[in-house]
Design a protein around this ligand. Sequence first.
Ligand code: ATP
Length: 249
Amino acid sequence: MAALEVRSITRRYEDRLAVDGLSFSLEPGTILGLVGPNGAGKTTTLRSIAGVLPLQEGRIVVDGADLAEQELEAKRRLAYVPDEPAPFDVLTVDEHLAFTARLYGLKDWRPRADELLERFELAERREALGSELSRGMRQKLSFCCAWLSDPAVVLLDEPLSGLDPRGIRAARAEILELKERGAAVVLSSHLLDLIEVLADRLLILDRGRARFEGTLEEARSAAAGASLEDVFFAVTSRGEAPPEARPRP
Ligand code: ATP
């Protein structure tokens, strides 16, 4: 069973079509690199899968739970780290973790929480309020909360922006660990070298539509062994997939 099924989702903002009939699925233990130019629809796609934006058309199934019919179940199996993490101003770092644990119905979460706080260098800031955290610290807290529940599907929107070098290293290691634990990870980023190192599969979005979907090897061989950057420009510059790349309906 796929960990994540996205079937023909479409999202409009008034008369603007941001995501246009997008479909893909992801197996457990796989990292999908989601790339595309500014405004391609990446954040809208992630927000739709996370259930932050109500689904207008299509179907999303998270670890067997249909987002429309079993909303709580689907959300419980999923973690989402948005591009602009916004912790609660009046909760401390520790209270965010306790709140997440209650929300997900977690037991014995403390050792894992402590491990994550150490890894992301927040252990000293347990008592700091959300409003007192720097941009990078907010990002790190967002990771700690997302990682805590051992989710089946993890959505990461530009996860490394604002992190210091140590934070970047920790985040990369945790993303790979998530994969080893069997999670399906959707990693949206403009950092193609990060995608190249971490992702197993690639989905290139442009103007709301999938222009390429396949393994990284397929992407490179479609462009005669070129770099991921060359593939990106070839697929997005004309707004259409080149004939060699596998087009998506
Ligand atoms: P970026 O790489 O710049 O973050 P993106 O691929 O994440 O871009 P989205 O943020 O999903 O793209 O935006 C897709 C389209 O939807 C864009 O044309 C954008 O202007 C539009 N859009 C996004 N959010 C809204 C909104 N709240 N209201 C109206 N239009 C929106």
